[in-house]
Design a protein around this ligand. Structure first.
Ligand code: PLP
Length: 397
């Protein structure tokens, strides 16, 4: 075979979410879409803010089309990066400059670039992730030439088990990815947890005589429902790279826009930034979509209305726990991480399917025996699905 076997396998292996997506479409044709309770995809159900749509129209009507759709500099338009840096500094009291911001096609690209920038292929570099974790981390880390190392969470709360985390660090540890609010648990890690992680990273970096990088994966930062704050990691650890995305923050997942911000207090911040630029270049991730860079510059502090998600979260959490399901009440993102009612999450997924409930078995997320319910759907779907969840629970009593 002349082509890359590893890439073939990656493309050929259908993810379970993809499998459910296809099944959902077929089933909808058979019994009507309103009778299929698909909770599998993390596709926002809340519309983008009105000002985002207005801005797109205005830009198309008033700006020079050749410039608007033209290449920007590889790392993104300078004015756009300045606006984003100002917004970050205003919100979090940091001193980020535009020459530390790199515009990307969303968090997936941000992560791939950051990992490529810090991991050295052939050097046994390892990257620690906290379970449960977004399944694509494995793909991104391995593609950068690194090895994924999984840190187990505390049972019941899904907070980081700090002692477990510390035990996973060794001479090969190069980076740590932290995702809060978390996909798939919805947990927002507490400030105490963040401080402990950062203390350990500082101590271990000193012992190793080199830096361990912290990569903050933040697509869900703006989706928080309780009275909790999401600590801004740059303020706790200098060697931080932030991967941000507007996919969920502004409900623009198909437009592919986000950025990387390098912490200005980092040792050799400008060199790391150049490594980010080099990684972007080597992956072909240069010049993020120009129109949407301009949209972001004009809507940098806009927010989607998260009340719809909050209502869905409350409806599902309150009812499912009343039916006997076990799950942590999520403070953020739009996922409920539910303990399967039998040991094998895949079998439970199959049992749920018989009630037209499509949930994602989470073994690939680093924890066995759980399913994920994505509640970024119409409230109507949640209401219609509740009796099915109740019938499913009764089956196991
Ligand atoms: N990180 C996490 C935790 C996610 O859940 C997702 C998407 O669902 C991404 C990264 C990728 O986001 P984007 O659409 O911005 O590439």
């Amino acid at each position: 075979m002349a082509y890359n076997q590893k890439m073939f396998e990656l493309g050929n292996k259908r993810s379970i979410i993809r499998e459910i997506f296809e099944y959902s479409k077929t089933r909808a044709k058979e019994i009507g879409a309103e009778n299929v309770f698909d909770f599998s995809l993390g596709n926002p159900s809340v519309p983008a803010p009105e000002e985002v749509n207005e801005t797109i129209k205005n830009l198309l009507e008033t700006e020079n089309s050749v410039l608007l759709h033209g290449y920007t500099s590889a790392q993104g338009d300078l004015g756009v990066r300045q606006t984003i840096a100002n917004s970050i500094n205003q919100r979090f009291g940091t001193k980020v400059t535009p020459d530390l911001i790199y515009m990307t096609c969303g968090a997936a690209a941000s992560l791939s670039i950051c990992l490529k920038a810090v991991i050295e292929e052939g050097m046994n570099d390892e990257c620690i992730v906290f379970a449960p974790f977004f399944t694509e981390y494995r793909v991104f880390i391995e593609n950068a030439g690194g090895k994924i190392v999984i840190s187990k969470p505390l049972e019941k709360t899904f907070e980081v088990d700090v002692a477990d985390f510390e035990s996973r660090i060794n001479k090969n540890t190069k980076a740590v990815i932290l995702n809060s609010p978390n996909n798939p648990s919805g947990v927002v890690y507490s400030e105490e947890t963040i401080k402990s992680i950062c203390d350990i990273l500082r101590r271990k970096s000193e012992e190793l005589g080199r830096v361990i990088y912290l990569i903050a994966d933040e697509p869900y930062r703006e989706l928080v429902y309780s009275d909790v704050t999401v600590p801004y990691l740059m303020n706790y650890y200098a060697n931080t790279l932030v991967c941000y995305s507007y996919s969920k923050a502004l409900s623009l997942p198909g437009e592919r826009i986000g950025y990387i911000a390098v912490c200005p207090d980092m040792e050799d911040a400008l060199s790391i930034y150049l490594a980010v630029c080099g990684a972007g270049r080597s992956l072909g991730y240069v010049c993020a979509p120009s129109l949407f860079q301009q949209v972001i510059a004009r809507c940098v502090d806009s927010k989607v209305d998260i009340e719809i998600y909050r209502e869905n979260r409350d409806l599902l959490y309150n009812n499912l726990t009343a039916y006997g399901y076990e799950c942590v009440k999520p403070d953020g993102a739009f996922y409920l991480f539910v303990k399967a009612l039998e040991k094998d999450a895949y079998k439970f997924y199959e049992a749920a399917k018989k009630h037209e409930l499509l949930v994602v078995p989470c073994d690939g997320f680093g924890i066995e025996g759980y399913v994920r319910i994505a509640y970024c759907v119409d409230k109507e779907r949640v209401l219609r699905a509740l009796p099915a969840f109740e019938r499913l629970a009764k089956e196991y009593k």
